[in-house]
Design a protein around this ligand. Structure first.
Ligand code: UDP
Length: 502
């Protein structure tokens, strides 16, 4: 009567399980969700990925290639009801949502529940599991109504998840008036200090998101488990402790970018790049092994014009070859555009500026690349680990400060540039935080750094080897993918529970 097949069967389809991924449509959430969906498909599952129209083009090339190679992946494109929430046309692309309308954007997302449920009921096979980004609390009602289990999806390290969880559950900031005062993260063996400004908790401290933050936490606490882009061998104690703290199964399935290691999808991962893959590879081929510094701050961060200039001058002064991804260069005004032109001319042959989307994983996995100056978005950090590269950590906001601490203090593969305060998407005017000489020194340290630098590089390479092993047959992430399918596969026996191994 409710459109549900009688025995949760596969509707005549020969896939083992049907996972419905509902990513948050920010690149840092969408890309790893798509990769995870593709990985499940390589193990015999059907994966449907829900996407809104402005984002379809970003992932379609990857999905189309995967389908051509025989993987069972579907895109479920559903429009957002923008008008109902007072959002302008095209605002299902987050780049077009002004911060003042973010609460509206999240409300519009929640309106996907009904049309998505209808779609899933009308298109066999029936889902066996919903995998929803933790930023979609409305997925709880969806999964409940469909009577299927629900997993919370993260692209975050367990270290960050555990630190945030412990800070909240042990009220670590209680009585701390100053947002910048450091407190020790409770419940960890290692001493890690963090301030409320650096790690406020998901959606905490964001005006208009007070109730949303509570809902998201509650919905996470009620999930049937967590899937995240990390791997056990990198942070075994944090994965185990987080699972224990949540009393929940945590499936680490990363590094998910390794899905692309033997596929043609590498260069088109996440978007159409502003440079051709061949041009990029040709440039890198002309450089010595481990000589190039790659500099990028991800898909969201937007630097102030002055910071762009200081960073450019610092890279120039470092004397190293570099690839620098400059997002929205044209928005910086004439002076900065002029500065970038002149810089490009001065460093021609040594410095490559990519104005727009870079084929990041392609660059990181090239032998000429020797280090990564990163904002420590989790995907970028994981991609650096996967490529065996030491990092200069330059966190901007959200989970990035904790990721930087993991890189520098736990994994010991990073040099910190010294930013202590978040720059929330660089919306407010702020003084330059990192001057040219600091950039220059950080780059020199990460590229040389004497014995310590060698040790960092050695540790980074060791982690990369472990990352590869994790996704291969017999590895922890490989086993977790198989386990997910096993736990959430079609049950042909009408009497059995819709999910779980019990
Ligand atoms: N990315 C890319 N090219 C770019 C910028 C970003 O391929 O020019 C990819 C990057 O490889 C990563 C993701 O986009 O997979 C960014 O996620 P991350 O968590 O690092 O940062 P965010 O963008 O969420 O701040």
């Amino acid at each position: 009567a409710n459109g549900r097949p009688t025995a949760n069967d596969s509707g005549g389809c020969d896939v083992k399980a049907h996972f419905v991924f509902i990513p948050l449509m920010f690149q840092g959430h969408l890309i790893p969700a798509v990769d995870t969906a593709l990985l499940l498909a390589t193990h015999g599952a059907l994966a449907s990925v829900v996407v809104t129209p402005s984002n379809t083009g970003r992932i379609r090339p990857t999905v189309d290639l995967a389908r051509k190679s025989g993987l069972a992946v579907r895109l479920v494109e559903l429009p957002l009801d923008l008008a109902a929430e007072g959002l302008p046309d095209g605002a299902d692309d987050v780049d077009k949502v002004p911060p003042s309308l973010w609460t509206n954007y999240f409300r519009a997302l929640a309106r996907l529940r009904e049309p998505l449920e209808r779609h899933l009921r009308e298109h066999a096979p029936y889902p066996t599991c919903v995998v929803a980004d933790f930023c979609h609390p409305w997925a709880r009602e969806l999964a409940a109504s469909l009577e299927v289990p629900r997993l919370s999806f993260f692209s975050m390290c367990a270290f960050c998840l555990l630190c945030q969880h412990n800070v909240e559950r042990f009220n670590a900031y209680d009585g701390v008036a100053d947002d910048h005062e450091l407190v020790v993260v409770p419940g960890l063996e290692k001493r890690i200090e963090v301030s409320r400004a650096q790690a406020p908790g998901f959606f905490r401290g964001t005006p208009g998101f007070e109730k949303f933050a509570d809902d998201a936490e509650q919905v996470l606490a009620e999930a049937d488990g967590i899937v995240t882009n990390s791997f056990v061998e990198m942070e075994p104690e944090y994965v185990a402790d987080y699972a224990e703290a949540r009393a929940m199964k945590v499936w680490t399935v990363g590094p998910v970018s390794l899905f692309h290691q033997r596929t043609a999808t590498l260069a088109s991962r996440g978007n159409t790049a502003a440079i051709g893959a061949d041009d990029c590879l040709r440039w890198l081929d002309g450089k010595e092994p481990n000589s190039v510094v790659y500099v990028s701050f991800g898909s969201l961060a937007h630097a102030q014009p002055k910071q762009v200039v200081e960073l450019g001058l610092g890279l120039e002064a470092s004397g190293h070859p570099f690839i620098w991804v400059v997002k929205n260069a044209e928005q910086y005004g004439e002076d900065v555009v002029e500065f970038l032109h002149e810089l490009e001319a001065r460093v021609a042959g040594r410095g490559l500026l990519i104005k727009g989307w870079a084929p990041q994983v392609l660059i990181l996995s090239h032998a000429a690349t020797g280090s990564f100056v990163t904002h420590c978005g989790w995907n970028s950090t994981m991609e650096a680990v996967t490529a065996g590269l030491p990092v200069v950590t330059w966190p901007h906001f959200a989970d990035q400060f904790l990721n930087a601490k993991l890189a520098v203090e736990v994994l010991e593969i990073g040099v910190d540039v010294g930013v202590t305060e978040p720059l929330m998407y660089q919306l407010e005017e702020k003084e330059i935080v990192v001057a040219r000489d600091v950039v220059e020194k950080a780059v020199r340290d990460i590229m040389h750094g004497g014995d310590e630098g060698e040790e960092r590089r050695r540790r980074a390479r060791g982690l990369a080897a472990k990352a590869r092993t994790a996704v291969e047959k017999g590895g922890s992430s490989h086993a977790n993918l198989l386990d997910l399918i096993n736990c959430f596969k079609f049950k042909v026996d009408a009497g059995c529970r819709p999910f779980g191994t019990a």
